[in-house]
Write a protein that binds this ligand. Structure first.
Ligand SMILES: Nc1ncnc2c1ncn2[C@@H]1O[C@H](COP(=O)(O)OP(=O)(O)O)[C@@H](O)[C@H]1O
Ligand SMILES: [Mg+2]
Length: 304
């Protein structure tokens, strides 16, 4: 199974900027990973047997090449339903590249070649007959810089449902727009100005608008590539809260250069280094007892 290449770069992808890393103290890690979220330590029933998550995205032996550059080297990863997975690792290690494999955004990068297998709910997403437009509705994407269309707030959210024919009437479309803006935590701030341009909102509001736009087509998976790196701390906190709420309905994969953020929002974390997926597991375990010394080096700030 091989993905082809085409032309141009994906619009709105601006993830080649240098990333900082911040080492976490042990106390910060332990606070951020919220021990009360574990049924065992809470003393409640252990729900893991009944709520065992099922694999939604399964990647096997995924390699990505940009011309001669071997950017990803045999990635194996399962992403479960209703979980948030963080991708962490030094700049250039392949986090964005792997994220783009999951909705085939690498297809539009000239010279990019993907090999291996990725399935979504058991379906090979690189199958020849697969409709990539449909795939990108099932696997939505939110970028580092909020990139609302130069359209009204309403039309930004209505865009996907319109092109996918999800709304048979104006009333249904109105309902989808309202519901998506509510789920993105933006409705109360914009309900009286739906006809105003989306680009007139604040950065944090624009990012929530982009999230509303992604969820309007009812995706299964939402990919977020450093969604908060252009936002201030208050806007960041709102997005993090939102991510936690969205987990109920969606599978979320987030690339972040903030280990604090990974610890706060994700149940599982995958650490990438030089194109390898070094290790992945429960977020708490990755940040407190990593198995690999490269992970240890990264989380303690020895390299970034
Ligand atoms: N469009 C591209 N064309 C050529 N090389 C690229 C492209 N995008 C990424 N790369 C290369 O692939 C590697 C992984 O990059 P990337 O996935 O952006 O890393 P990260 O998101 O972890 O910072 C880097 O060596 C980078 O230079
Ligand atoms: Mg990146």
């Amino acid at each position: 199974m091989v993905a082809g290449s085409a032309t141009g770069r994906p619009a709105g992808d601006a993830n080649d900027e240098p990333e900082g890393t911040q080492a976490m103290s042990e106390v910060e890690v332990l606070e951020a990973v919220k021990p009360e979220s574990s049924p065992a330590t809470r003393g409640g029933p252990n729900l893991s047997a009944t709520t065992a998550p099922r694999a939604r995205v399964v990647a096997r032996d995924v390699h990505v090449y940009y011309g001669e550059t071997h950017a990803l080297k045999g990635i194996d990863l399962d992403i479960h339903k209703n979980e948030v997975v963080s991708f962490i690792g030094p700049s250039g290690c392949g986090k964005s590249t792997f994220l783009r494999c999951i909705n085939r955004m690498n297809d539009v990068i000239e010279g990019c070649r993907v090999t291996g297998e990725i399935t979504l709910d058991g379906q090979d997403i690189y199958a020849r007959e697969l409709d990539v437009v449909q795939l990108r509705a099932r696997v939505g994407m939110v970028f580092q810089k909020p990139n609302p269309f130069p359209k009204s707030i309403y039309d930004n959210v209505a865009y996907g449902p319109r092109i996918h024919g999800l709304a048979g009437s104006k009333d249904v479309l109105d309902g989808i727009v309202e519901g998506s803006l509510k789920r993105a935590g933006l409705w109360n701030e914009v309900k009286d100005r739906l006809k105003e341009p989306g680009t007139g909102l604040s950065g944090g509001q624009q990012q929530r608008l982009c999230i509303a736009r992604a969820i309007a087509v009812n995706p299964e998976v939402i990919l977020m590539d450093e969604p908060c790196s252009a936002l201030d701390p208050i806007a960041t906190a709102r997005i993090e809260e939102l991510i936690d709420e969205l987990r109920e309905n969606f599978t979320i994969v987030i690339v972040t250069h903030s280990m604090q953020q990974a610890a706060r929002v994700s149940q599982r974390t995958a650490f990438f280094h030089l194109g390898n997926l070094v290790e992945w597991g429960e977020t708490e375990q990755i940040f407190t007892m990593p198995n690999d010394e490269r992970t240890q080096g990264y989380i303690t700030g020895r390299f970034g």
